[in-house]
Every structure is written in structure tokens, then in C-alpha cells.
Design a protein around this ligand. Structure first.
Ligand SMILES: C[S@@+](CC[C@H](N)C(=O)[O-])C[C@H]1O[C@@H](n2cnc3c(N)ncnc32)[C@H](O)[C@@H]1O
Length: 300
């Protein structure tokens, strides 16, 4: 169902698919036990054990994650799940042979950036981009994934380890715009629960939409009433309360999705109402078709 056209696969890509089936050469991988065990847990045991049995190939390159390519069918499904649009920028941190970024460019009309610490992977990625005819739409760099600026990235596609995801999480939340997406093969983000989780050809794939920062105190107005809204945010989940003079009401069923917020509040006692809005800098404006309300940020 997800078979990519032959033209998007290069010989180098096919070689690494063969590595998926047969024992993998792993480049100077020094596993830390916790991450290693999780990788095993994700069903990669045979490949990685096979790889570890071989001597390192590129001396001096320390890998935080071993090289294990995502199968092409899963690459396509990940990019579909993330809803990659023409012109969007897709970034793969630890890009391997570049298949994620090359496929995003050749099949989704995106442009992109792939970064890998192993120069051999970057040579393969550049060759694959040239072979697929998308060299002008993609950039591949040798570098450390922790030093990449993600501010321009619309979709971050990754296949790392959970401990690496956890180290990246604050960078993602600080740098990526609300509404940008993160799609990860096999590994989650701990307490940042995914918005979607799919099983694709036996592989777990997670999707998150970067939430706006809604937490803090807001001065809100609704039908001539003014009140203080205190929102407590736990990634995409919102709670908190509203103070109407001496009376307070609980914020219930709150969600942040990209720059949109939605929650239920009893502005009028006994009449729960759904308030939906879009965070625009330091203001919240009501979404069309719903309750008319607004808010201005007082404090984060
Ligand atoms: C599991 S592979 C994923 C390859 C590719 N993203 C894919 O899905 O097919 C992880 C990649 O991360 C690279 N890598 C490991 N540590 C890195 C680091 N600190 N900075 C950049 N890349 C790194 C490895 O060389 C390897 O190519």
C-alpha cells in the first residue's frame, strides 16, 4: 500500500534495506544500557545485535544512536501521518541515508534538512538526493543533532532513542512554532503524550503537534463579564480555574492543539459552555462559530 516508486529508491537506499534484514554494520556505536534495552524493546534486537558483533567501521565517530534505517513504507506513512504539505520544511535529526528528507521532497513536494554525525551517511544521503532529482530541495549536513536550530522546521521526523527524544523535547517546545509536527518512529516523548499513535507494518509511530504556551494568568471577557482565568498547562492538556469575584469555576476538558485552545467553563453558574480560541501572541481571540470571548495575557 505504501510502496514508493522505484525512482525514489537509490542503490544505497536498497543496500540499507538489505541491512535491515541482515545483520547491520554499526558505526562506532557505544550503547548506554538503558537506551540500548529500549531499542531492543522496539523489536530491533536482531539487527543491532548483528551490528554490535562487528567491529566499528568509522573510527572516532561517536553515535548516540546506532544506524538502523526506517523501512521505506514506514517513512512514507510517517510523512503522511504528519500531513506534510508542499513547501513545508521537513527536518530529520540523525538522517542516516536521507530517505526521510528525500521522500518528503520527491513525494510530498517539501524541502528539508538532514543532519547526521556520520560523514558516510551524509555522503549516501547526498547521493540519494541527486539520484532522486531533489538535490536542490534538500540539504544534508554533518553535525550533532543537539546543535540544530529547529525554528524553521514544520515537521520534525526522527528515529532516535527515547532518552534522546527526552533531551530534545525542551528544544522542540522552545523552538518549534505552535502547530508544527513531530513524528517519531518507535520512541515516545515520556510525559508528552502523543496526539496520535499508529502501528504501521508492525512499527509504532507517534505524532505530536507542538502546543502554544497557554499556561499563565489571563484577563478574559465574555458577554460583558470580566474575569481572571488561570490556565495550568501540561503539554496539550489544560486545566485551571476562573475567578469571578468571590466565585470561582473550574476549567474542564481543556486542550491545546497548535495555537488553538478549547475548554469548558461555567461562566454562568450551572451552564457549562465550550470556549474555543486561538492564541495570537499575548491575546486569545474566539474561534468563529463559538462563544464570543477574548483574553489578554497578564502573566506566564
Ligand atoms: C536509527 S538511525 C535513523 C536513520 C534515519 N533517520 C531513518 O529513520 O532511516 C539514527 C541515526 O542517527 C545518527 N546519529 C547518532 N548520533 C548522532 C548525533 N549525536 N548527531 C547526529 N546524528 C547522530 C546515526 O549515525 C544514524 O544514522
Amino acid at each position: 500500500m505504501f510502496l514508493p516508486p522505484v525512482s525514489t529508491r537509490s542503490r544505497a537506499m536498497d543496500r540499507s534495506n538489505a541491512q535491515w534484514i541482515f545483520p547491520l554494520p554499526v558505526t562506532a556505536f557505544r550503547p548506554r544500557r538503558r537506551g540500548f534495552n529500549r531499542m531492543l524493546g522496539a523489536g530491533l534486537a536482531a539487527c543491532i545485535l548483528g551490528g554490535l558483533a562487528r567491529p566499528a567501521r568509522a573510527q572516532g565517530v561517536h553515535l548516540d544512536v546506532p544506524y538502523v534505517p526506517t523501512p521505506h513504507e514506514v517513512v512514507e506513512a510517517m510523512l503522511e501521518l504528519a500531513g506534510v504539505q508542499p513547501g513545508e520544511r521537513v527536518t530529520d535529526l540523525g538522517c542516516g541515508d536521507g530517505r526521510m528528507v528525500v521522500t518528503a521532497a520527491s513525494q510530498f513536494g517539501a524541502h528539508g534538512l538532514g543532519v547526521d554525525i556520520d560523514p558516510e551517511r551524509i555522503r549516501e544521503a547526498r547521493a540519494n538526493a541527486a539520484e532522486a532529482g531533489v538535490a536542490d530541495k534538500v540539504e544534508f549536513r554533518v553535525g550533532d543533532l543537539f546543535e540544530v536550530d529547529l525554528r524553521d522546521t514544520d515537521v520534525l521526523a526522527i528515529y532516535l532513542l527515547e532518552e534522546i527524544n527526552l533531551r530534545l523535547r525542551p528544544v522542540i517546545l522552545a523552538q518549534m512554532r505552535p502547530g508544527a509536527r513531530v513524528v517519531s518512529h518507535a520512541f515516545s516523548m515520556g510525559p508528552w503524550r502523543p496526539d496520535r499513535e499508529e502501528l504501521i507494518l508492525g512499527r509504532r509511530v507517534f505524532l505530536w503537534t507542538v502546543p502554544a504556551q497557554a499556561g499563565g494568568r489571563w484577563r478574559a471577557r465574555h458577554n460583558g463579564r470580566e474575569f481572571t482565568l488561570t490556565l495550568e498547562q501540561d503539554y496539550q492538556i489544560l486545566g485551571g480555574s476562573a475567578a469571578f469575584g468571590p466565585r470561582s469555576a473550574e476549567v474542564r476538558d481543556g486542550r491545546v492543539s497548535g495555537s488553538e485552545v478549547a475548554f469548558t467553563l461555567e461562566v454562568v453558574p450551572g451552564s457549562p459552555e465550550l470556549l474555543r480560541g486561538r492564541i495570537d501572541g499575548e491575546r486569545i481571540v474566539a474561534l468563529d462559530g463559538g462563544a464570543v470571548w477574548s483574553a489578554e495575557r497578564l502573566a506566564r
